[in-house]
Design a protein around this ligand. Sequence first.
Ligand code: MF3
Ligand code: CO
Length: 249
Amino acid sequence: MIQIKSAEEIALMARAGAIVAETLEELKKLAVAGISTSELERAAEGIIIKKGGRPAFKGYRGYPASICVSINEQVVHGIPSGRKLKDGDLLSIDLGVFYEGFYGDAAITVAVGRVSEIARRLMKAAEESLYLGIERAVEGNRVSDISNAVQKHVEAAGFSVVRSFVGHGIGRMLHEEPQVPNFGTPGKGARLLRGMALAIEPMVNAGGWQVDVLEDGWTAVTSDGSLSAHFEHTVLITGGSPEILTKVV
Ligand code: MF3
Ligand code: CO
């Protein structure tokens, strides 16, 4: 069952989403060479709580932190640690907030100092693919219309989309139906209706799509060691244009 959100529920999700977006904005400014990822974690937790939210990831299936920090060949679910950011690192930050019964979820990838040409192209293709996917998140389309738009753009740029992690419905739970893969042929899956909320989240590898999970049980890395980027928004299906809920208001 895909949940349809009422106007009141949407207002709460928009507040959750705003806290996510505002926190990511702050973290983006802090992501400079020399800062450790656990310092980013502490900052994130402080900002979320000050804004009246609760970190959504902490304790989720045993995840130990409020944010995921995935550097270079790390794809998603990197755990904050004493590791310090270095000039040239490609850093993905994924963040979820729980507010008044509802979740918001978003991710950005940022360049630490000066990054390589390939890193810049990868970030650009990944972010563009998110927005092309969002454009397809309209009433009457099917889930895989989003998936296909993401995949086509990423592959046209010469990169690949991760298969083993997908986007998801979101609302009273962090992960709801439907799954939103970043690959597939159009016209498949559930039909989109106004009031549905989706977390669309392309994970894009510079090399092959295969990933491995490290011994810590969380950190996903590219199998070939290539760079990876991740962008995510929580998006509402409306009667008109899709509404991005994880935006600064
Ligand atoms: N954006 C990711 C997701 O929705 C983050 C989950 S991290 C976890 O799946 F720690 F909460 F699992
Ligand atoms: Co998500």
